[in-house]
Design a binder for this molecule. Structure first.
Ligand code: EPZ
Length: 431
């Protein structure tokens, strides 16, 4: 078990290349279940979640061969269609093997993902959408089970939660519909760039999806898909995390290899905070030399403000010059980072799905506990501006979504080191 030790005070300066998108590569890997031909993905980030997805795919008969940033995925055996609890429970994105398994094999047994620190995260829209296509999914012993044993049938549907669209449910249902008989019209599809990227990969595998990137997807089913080669796009959430770090440390940071048009609302928010933002075709640069201005953010489905940046921006608000309000509309309980930011001396008051953040002149380093991926990124950013040292424990959370984060922050002059977590010495008791 590793920990990160962050010494605050250094300005982040320099250029960093964005890694491939975590939230796009996971469903793209699952798409390999839809063909027996090789699916080759380039610029695949080296992350815990990518390894977990590969382990699940190997269990499902997909050979996963990695060579640097290239991953070759090929279905070699279709006899095993069970995605077990021990793997699925560690990563919710595993659920997106459900659609391709049923579409290609007519059967699936996928563990329900189970609990999450964000609170209840149902999969009803995944089940609803695939059942509209005829998947007949039932819940048995904590597993989503389908034994339809014939091609799915295209249909019209509206996919939606009380929070709006669902990213992975859209990807799952589209991967079900590409091999279905006939046309599927998917209303209220998620517009996240990661969903559009899955659709582009599927189209390069011979699928026929139109309306990519919009709320209405039309999928004309086909009888078979072939292999394809695809270069992953840059991770917009990782990129923005580095940019927020540059802003908080009054630094000068450029992130290369991303599509700035995927971060419009984020750029606007940084500008509102008084940060200078420059952009190019595939890069973004932030410069800041004054205390940040407060700002209010409300998380929404894309192209709204991403919930996956809520924690990182809250860290920035903690040292802004005034009061900011965060409203979390996607995961109303996604505030695990608040208690840890308070340990660093922040002034944050949580009220239901909102947090009122009163900027403080300085944070002071402390030992804090990471609870989830983006919360741990927020603690890392806060540690970069806190006085003294901040020790972040359970950094396996951050390794799930940020490739070699400590190396890359050091390359930007950040003072971050990774150490093994010493075992906690139990106090001997004489009874
Ligand atoms: C994806 O999760 C991302 N994960 C999440 O990023 C991200 O926070 C989320 O989308 C929202 O942008 C991946 O892509 C791997 P949703 P997903 O279904 O698809 C409710 C990160 O930090 N809902 O769009 O699971 C749900 O509870 C991760 O990288 C239902 O009610 O999220 C939530 O309130 C964390 N029923 C809302 O919809 C359903 O069947 C949106 O969730 C599905 C979802």
């Amino acid at each position: 078990m590793d920990r990160l030790i962050v010494t605050g005070g250094a300005r982040l300066e320099g250029r960093v290349a964005a890694a491939g998108s975590k939230n796009a590569v996971l469903p793209c890997m699952a798409a390999a279940l839809l063909t027996d031909e090789p699916v080759v993905l380039h610029r695949v980030p080296d992350l815990r979640d990518v390894r977990t997805m590969a382990q699940i795919l190997e269990r499902l008969g997909v050979k996963c061969t990695r060579d640097g940033g290239t991953l070759v995925l090929q279905t070699v055996d279709r006899s095993q269609s069970e995605a077990p609890y021990d793997l699925v429970s560690t990563m919710r994105a595993s659920i997106c093997v459900l659609g391709p398994l049923i579409a290609r094999r007519g059967e699936a047994r996928v563990s329900m993902p189970g609990g999450c620190v964000f609170g209840v995260r149902p999969v009803d829209q995944h089940v609803k959408g695939l059942n509209v296509l005829g998947a007949q999914i039932a819940v048995e012993g904590g597993y989503l089970v389908s034994q339809v044993r014939r091609p799915l049938k295209g249909a019209d549907m509206f996919l939606g939660t009380r929070f709006g669209s669902s990213v992975l449910a859209t990807a799952n249902v589209v991967m079900g519909a590409v091999l279905a008989r006939g046309l599927t019209c998917l209303e209220n599809a998620a517009m996240e760039p990661e969903v559009a990227e899955v659709c582009r990969l599927l189209n390069s595998m011979g699928a026929s999806i139109s309306g990519v990137g919009g709320h209405k997807l039309l999928v004309e089913g086909t009888s078979a898909l072939h292999g394809a080669e695809h270069v992953m796009s840059g991770d917009r959430i990782e990129a923005a995390t580095f940019l927020v770090g540059g802003a908080m440390t009054k630094g000068d940071v450029t992130v290369d290899g991303i599509d700035p048009t995927q971060l419009t609302v984020v750029i606007e928010t940084l500008l509102e905070m008084g940060v200078a933002v420059d952009r190019g075709q595939d890069w973004l640069r932030v410069r800041a030399d004054a205390p940040l201005r407060p700002v209010d953010v409300t998380t929404m489905p894309y192209p709204g403000f991403p919930t996956d940046l809520q924690a990182q921006f809250m860290a920035a608000m903690c040292v802004a010059d005034g009061i900011s309000v965060v409203t979390e509309r996607i995961f109303p309980d996604r505030f695990m980072h608040v208690a840890e930011l308070l340990r660093l001396g922040a002034d944050v008051r949580k009220e239901g799905p909102q947090a009122i953040v009163k900027g403080v002149p300085r944070l002071s380093g402390a030992t804090v506990m990471a609870s989830d991926l983006r919360a741990s990124a927020a603690l890392l950013l806060a540690g970069l501006v806190a006085d003294g040292e901040t020790e972040i424990r359970r950094v396996y959370h951050i390794d799930r979504g940020y490739e070699r984060i400590d190396d890359r922050l050091r390359a930007l002059q950040g003072q971050v080191r990774r150490e093994a977590q010493p075992p906690v010495e139990a106090t001997p008791l004489d009874w």
